[in-house]
Design a protein around this ligand. Structure first.
Ligand code: MN
Length: 283
C-alpha cells in the first residue's frame, strides 16, 4: 500500500488511478498533523480497514491535490553521513575534507539529526536561504519506522520498518554544524507517499536516480550502501529510541551537486516512487 498525506493533512491511499481519501476510516479525532503517526502505530489493527475503505472511496486525481510530507511531524529525522563507497571517494576518502568539513563514516561519526520542521511535501519548492553559498542536492532512500525501537540487533531490524519513501537531504556547504546546515525549512523533501515494506521487498537492491532539469546527477543502487538498513537501525537505536513515524535517511551516493533557483529536482527510487520538487530563491 502507498500512503500519503494531502491537502488539509488528509490521509490518502495512492494508486495509479488517483488518491483515495481514507481519513474517516482512521477514527482519529486528534491533531490532523498526527494522523499518519496514529495510523503507523496501529497498522496491524487498521491496515485491513484502510485497504477496504480505499477500495470504495472516490479517487482524486494526483494533480488536484497538494502533497504534504507523508509523516508531517515525526519525533525526529535521523540521517546517515557518507554511506556509499563512491560518494566517500568523491568526498575525499575516508578521512577527507569537503567544503571545509572533515568527512567520516558512520563508524566514526554515527548519525546526525535534521529538524522535523525542515520537511517539504512532493511538488513543493526548496527555498534557498542564500544565493552566494553552495547548496547541494542529496537523493536518499528514507526509512519510516513502524514500532518503537531501542537497542535493536541488525538481524531483527527489518521488523521495525514500516515502509520506505524518497527523501532529499538538502545541504548548505560550509563550516556550521551539520545539523544546522541541513535543517533550513524545506531542506527535507519527502514523498509523495510511503510504500509499505511488504511492497518494496529487499531494500538492499533499490536503484536510485536523481535528475536536475532532466540531467542525470546521481545514479546508484542501495546494494552499494556501506551500512545497509539493518545495520543502520542497529547503530542508531543503540543510541536513541526510534518511535513510530520517525524517518531514517540512509545517506546519499556519489554525484551530489549544487541547485539553483528555477531548477526542477527529481528523485526516483525503484519500487518506492518519484519525488519531484522545485527550487526558489530567498524571496
Ligand atoms: Mn545525506
Amino acid at each position: 500500500v502507498q500512503l500519503c498525506v494531502f491537502d488539509e493533512w488528509r490521509i490518502g491511499v495512492r494508486t495509479e488511478a488517483g488518491i483515495a481519501d481514507v481519513t474517516d476510516a482512521l477514527g482519529f479525532a486528534g491533531d490532523p498533523l498526527d494522523r499518519m503517526r496514529f495510523l503507523i502505530e496501529r497498522w496491524q489493527e487498521l491496515g485491513e480497514r484502510i485497504r477496504h475503505a480505499a477500495a470504495g472511496a472516490p479517487l482524486v486525481p494526483e494533480d488536484a491535490v497538494r502533497f504534504r510530507p507523508p509523516v508531517p511531524r515525526p519525533s525526529k529525522i535521523v540521517a546517515a553521513p557518507v554511506n556509499y563507497r563512491r560518494h566517500q571517494e568523491e568526498m575525499g576518502g575516508e578521512s577527507g575534507v569537503y567544503g571545509g568539513v572533515t568527512i567520516g563514516s558512520i563508524d566514526e561519526y554515527g548519525a546526525f539529526l535534521k529538524a522535523p520542521s525542515s520537511l517539504l511535501g512532493a511538488g513543493g519548492k526548496i527555498r534557498l536561504p542564500y544565493l552566494d553559498r553552495r547548496i547541494d542536492h542529496e537523493g536518499e532512500v528514507g526509512v519510516v519506522i513502524g514500532r518503537e525501537a531501542h537497542g535493536v540487533a541488525a538481524a531483527d531490524a527489518l521488523d521495525f520498518v514500516f515502509g520506505y519513501v524518497p527523501l532529499m537531504d538538502i545541504t548548505l556547504r560550509g563550516g556550521e554544524d551539520r545539523s544546522f546546515r541541513k535543517s533550513f525549512d524545506t531542506f527535507t523533501p519527502l514523498g509523495p507517499a510511503i510504500v509499505t515494506a511488504d511492497e518494496v521487498g529487499d531494500a538492499g537492491e533499490l536503484g536510485l536516480q536523481l535528475r536536475v532539469n532532466g540531467e542525470l546527477r546521481q545514479d546508484a543502487n542501495t546494494r552499494d550502501l556501506i551500512y545497509g538498513v539493518p545495520r543502520l537501525i542497529e547503530r542508531i537505536s543503540g543510541v536513541m529510541t526510534l518511535l513510530p513515524g520517525d524517518i531514517v535517511a540512509t545517506g546519499t551516493p556519489e554525484g551530489v551537486g549544487p541547485i539553483e533557483p528555477g531548477d526542477e529536482v527529481v528523485l526516483t527510487i525503484e519500487r518506492v516512487g518519484t519525488l519531484r520538487v522545485g527550487v526558489s530563491g530567498p524571496d
